[in-house]
Design a binder for this molecule. Structure first.
Ligand code: BTN
Length: 266
């Protein structure tokens, strides 16, 4: 399905929070790379970089992220969080929450979060987030890709990925989804920055967490194990009761990946 170009004015009209400046390109290499190039300038946080097509979209772990032109949301934010460097990685969970809330609002779908930040439904991924910073954290760039009106996926992804279109059977406005995610993010981000932790957001995050009380496999190279995910702590670590023990392990986002016992989510 080929979409039309994103209507930036329409997104702006649906923003209910101040603090964003939207930038649009029909095609760019990667909106994350675009935001990082802009970050060297003296720009305030809240710049939003949006594109209809990425020629070199990036996923996590060095993978590529491809979306058919005009069918998805590909967006990166430029942030300047005034918090200790070791806490910046939590922004990726904040964005995951905002993505889940925004998608729920715009589509009515009962989506959840697979820890730390994939938005999922029916065991399939709808949205991925890649957050990049420099060593000094002079910037933080969370980049989000949402499969909105994608009508099919390559064979190797078909059992792992889905889109709002495939789940609802109708086209969903990318402008509406974008604005809803941005509105949710600003509220969550402000709350996060007050304490530089997730204490104020943890309850809502855990409501959205599909892994909660579910069996998980922790894919740690040195110490892989299975257990039951209980929730997160205020630093965003996943708390997992290790099988056959009374030990609650803290799994740090970014170091290891988590899978369900039977598949990607459950
Ligand atoms: C993942 O692997 O799940 C993360 C995917 C992140 C994709 C988004 S699309 C917008 C932004 N620009 C990129 O190059 N990547 C992120």
């Amino acid at each position: 399905m080929m979409g039309r170009n994103l209507n930036i004015r329409e997104i702006e009209e649906q923003l209910t929070v101040p603090g964003y400046v939207l930038h649009y390109a029909e095609t760019v290499d990667s909106t994350n790379d675009w935001a990082k190039r802009e970050a060297v300038q003296d720009l305030a946080e809240g710049q939003v970089y949006l594109a209809d097509h990425q020629s070199a979209g990036k996923g996590r772990r060095g993978r590529a992220w491809n979306s058919p032109e005009g069918t998805s949301v590909s967006m990166s934010l430029l942030l300047r969080p005034q918090i200790p460097a070791e806490r910046v990685s939590m922004i990726t969970l904040v964005m995951g929450m905002a993505a889940a809330e925004g998608i729920r609002q715009a589509s009515g779908l009962d989506v959840g979060i697979k820890w730390p930040n994939d938005v999922v439904i029916d065991g399939k991924k709808l949205c991925g987030i890649l957050t990049e910073t420099d060593g000094r954290v002079s910037y933080c760039v969370p980049g989000i890709g949402i499969n909105v009106n994608v009508s099919e996926f390559p064979e190797e992804l078909a059992d792992k990925a889905t889109s709002l279109y495939l789940q609802t059977g109708r086209e969903i406005s990318r402008e509406k989804v974008t604005a809803a995610v941005l509105n949710a993010f600003m509220v969550f981000y402000r709350s996060f920055c007050e304490r530089a932790d997730l204490s104020a957001l943890k309850e809502r995050y855990e409501e959205l967490l599909v892994n909660r009380n579910a069996r998980v496999r922790i894919m740690d190279e040195k110490d892989p194990f299975t257990g039951t995910a209980l929730g997160i702590d205020e630093m965003g670590d996943l708390l997992v009761l290790r099988d056959g023990t009374d030990t609650i392990e803290k799994v740090f986002a970014g170091e290891v990946s988590v899978r369900g016992i039977y598949g990607y989510v459950i």
